[in-house]
Design a protein around this ligand. Structure first.
Ligand code: ATP
Ligand code: MG
Length: 226
C-alpha cells in the first residue's frame, strides 16, 4: 500500500487513468489525474464526448479502466473483483434519464437498491417510503414511473441513489432532461443533501450556472482534466 491509498482526506484518488473503446481506437479517458476530498461538491463540465460519463462509470465501478490507479472510499478498483457491496454501500448514481424500471412501482424502484444489503424486507419498504415522502412523493409510492412527470421521476431516482446512505453521489446531468424550474428543484434537493449529510457530490453538467454552485469546478477535454 502506498501513501496515496492511505490518504484519508481524499475519498477519490485517480492517477493517470486510461480507458479506451473500439479496440483502442477511442481514448475516452486519456490519463486522468483527480483527487476529491470527502464531503466535497465538485462539478464536472466538458464537451460532449470528452469522457464525463466514462469517468463517472469508473468511479462508480460500472466499468473498468485498463491503466492507471483509481481508489474510491479506500477501495482499489483496479484490484477489486466483486463490486456489488462497494456499489451499494458507497455509491449513489443519478443518471440523466433516471433509468427507473417501468413495471415496478415507485417504492419498489427505490427498494431494489437495498436488495444487496442485509436490510429485512419490511425495513426496506419503510425506508423507501419514508425517503419518498421526504421528497414529496408520498402519494406516488404505488404508482408506476411511466405515470409520473419528469421531475417526479428524477426525484424517485434521487431517492434510489440515497436510500443506502452512500458516501459519494455521482450525478450525470441530473437536470439535463428537465425544464429549468423543475431542474432547479432537483438541484436544491442535491445541495441540501450535500449540506446536511456531508456526502461527496460529483455533478456533471453542461450549464455554467449549475457548475458555479459547486465548491470546485473541473473540466474534461479529450479525456483529460484541463
Ligand atoms: N460503450 C462505448 N463503446 C464505444 N465507445 C464509447 C462507449 N462509451 C463511450 N464511448 C466513447 O468514449 C468517448 C467519451 O464518451 P462519454 O460518454 O464519456 O462522453 P461524455 O463526456 O459523457 O459526453 P456527453 O456530454 O455527450 O454525455 C466518446 O468518444 C464516446 O463515443
Ligand atoms: Mg455523458
Amino acid at each position: 500500500m502506498n501513501d496515496e491509498t492511505m490518504d484519508n482526506k481524499n475519498i477519490i484518488i485517480i492517477q493517470d487513468l486510461k480507458k479506451r473503446y473500439d479496440d483502442g481506437k477511442t481514448a475516452a479517458l486519456d490519463g486522468v489525474d483527480l483527487k476529491i476530498r470527502k464531503g466535497e461538491f465538485v462539478s464536472l463540465m466538458g464537451p460532449s464526448g470528452s469522457g464525463k460519463t466514462t469517468l463517472l462509470n469508473m468511479i462508480g465501478a460500472l466499468d473498468r479502466a485498463e491503466e492507471g490507479n483509481i481508489t474510491v472510499a479506500g477501495h482499489d478498483l483496479m484490484e477489486k473483483k466483486d463490486f456489488s457491496s462497494f456499489r451499494s454501500k458507497e455509491i449513489g448514481f443519478i443518471f440523466q434519464f433516471h433509468n427507473l424500471i417501468p413495471n415496478l412501482t415507485v417504492s419498489e424502484n427505490v427498494q431494489i437498491t437495498m436488495l444487496e444489503t442485509e436490510v429485512p424486507h419490511e425495513k426496506m419498504v419503510q425506508r423507501a417510503n419514508k425517503l419518498l415522502e421526504s421528497l414529496n412523493l408520498g402519494n406516488k409510492i404505488n404508482q408506476v414511473p411511466t405515470k409520473l412527470s419528469g421531475g417526479e421521476r428524477q426525484r424517485v431516482a434521487i431517492a434510489r441513489a440515497l436510500v443506502n446512505h452512500p458516501s459519494i453521489i455521482l450525478a450525470d446531468e441530473p437536470t439535463g432532461s428537465l425544464d429549468s424550474k423543475t431542474g432547479d428543484i432537483i438541484l436544491d434537493i442535491l445541495r441540501e443533501i450535500h449540506h446536511k449529510e456531508n456526502v461527496t457530490l460529483l455533478l456533471v453538467t453542461h450549464e455554467p450556472y449549475v457548475a458555479d454552485m459547486a465548491e470546485r469546478k473541473i473540466n474534461l477535454m479529450d479525456g483529460k482534466i484541463s
